[in-house]
Design a protein around this ligand. Structure first.
Ligand code: BV8
Ligand code: ZN
Length: 257
């Protein structure tokens, strides 16, 4: 099938849905200039997970961990949401029941206007005190190499979920509930290798959801997809949303849950 045919098929499945859910990974922010983790130029080519993204790494060398996160914070604060983020925000307008589950920590979905966002892995904007637990939004703030809590002087950490740490219970429960009730899941820009997040696709599929995937290349969830479109998220997703919206406006779909 041509990409145009795939876009038409994806739009048809989306327009037929009443409870669609989005599921995104780092690839949705790639066209905003935010490096992904895996693949060419990915973060894990320059850094080792064990050195910068685990509680043990922070315990062992908090300065190195903060160097990694300060670098990513700067990139995120200078970045702008792209057309894929905007397309997801539009889905909230089109589908009252739409919910977005993201593994991303850059909050570009929220900056693009998405409000119903479930952050599975925390975010880079906030810090959390390792001593008193205080959480502060430090968006745009240049933090030193060992930032301290204003309240108690304790060492701050990024408010992200590191490997080996449990996901925020509330977020995980919300994500499971959304995946179980979805009748369509749009999976964009994830290598589907990190668990338990990646398991949400099979969960949605098991409960009868149509699976639409947009990625540059096949992933472990491609076999689960009703349609997989290989291309750039900022180009493909807006085209799918445009066509689905046109179908709904011309009365060829139903969006009331
Ligand atoms: C947990 C926040 C248990 C931090 C992240 C051994 C020991 C311990 C744990 C494990 C283990 N083995 C397995 C595990 C589980 C582990 C895991 O899954 N490991 C993987 C590596 C195998 N998971 C965990 O540790 C999780 N916790 O299991 O806890 C527990 C339970 C109870 C009590 C105690 C413990 C926690 C995982 C969360 C880790 N934190 N992020 C940070 O960001 O610094 S994960 C990190 O990876 C990001 O969140 C990222 O989003 C996520 C997944 O990566 P992707 O988003 O998919 O990004 P990636 O670069 O991989 O892929 C990009 C894709 O986009 C590609 O497919 C590419 O083709 C595509 N793309 C690129 N450009 C475009 C595009 N597509 C379209 N358009 C484009 N333009
Ligand atoms: Zn504190």
């Amino acid at each position: 099938m041509s990409t145009a045919d795939d876009i038409a098929k994806a739009a048809e499945l989306l327009a037929a849905a009443t409870r669609p859910v989005g599921f995104t990974g780092a690839g949705v922010s790639a066209e905003s200039g935010i490096p992904t983790f895996r693949g060419a130029g990915g973060l894990w080519e320059q850094f080792r997970i064990e050195d910068v993204a685990t509680p043990e790494a922070f315990e062992r060398n908090p300065r190195m961990v903060w160097e990694f996160y300060n670098l990513r914070r700067r990139a995120v604060f200078q970045a702008q949401p792209n057309a894929a983020h905007t397309a997801f925000a539009r889905l909230e307008e089109i589908f009252p029941a739409f919910v977005l589950i993201t593994q991303n920590v850059d909050r570009l979905h929220q900056r693009a206007g998405s409000r119903r966002v479930i952050e599975l892995h925390g975010n880079l904007c906030e810090t959390r005190c390792t001593n008193c637990g205080r959480v502060d939004d430090k968006s745009g703030v240049e933090l030193g190499d060992l930032p301290r809590c204003e309240a108690c002087g304790g060492l701050l950490r990024p408010a992200v979920v590191w490997f080996g740490e449990p996901l925020p219970p509330g977020a995980w429960a919300q994500a499971e509930e959304a995946a179980n009730r979805a009748d369509c899941m749009i999976v964009v820009g994830t290598s589907a290798q990190v668990y338990p997040a990646a398991g949400l696709v099979a969960m949605a599929k098991r409960h009868g959801a149509a699976i639409l995937e947009i990625n540059l290349e096949p992933t472990p969830v491609t076999p689960l997809a009703d349609v997989s479109i290989f291309g750039r998220a900022a180009e493909i997703l807006p085209a799918v949303v445009d066509r689905a919206e046109w179908m709904l406006q011309s009365g060829r779909g139903s969006r009331v849950p």
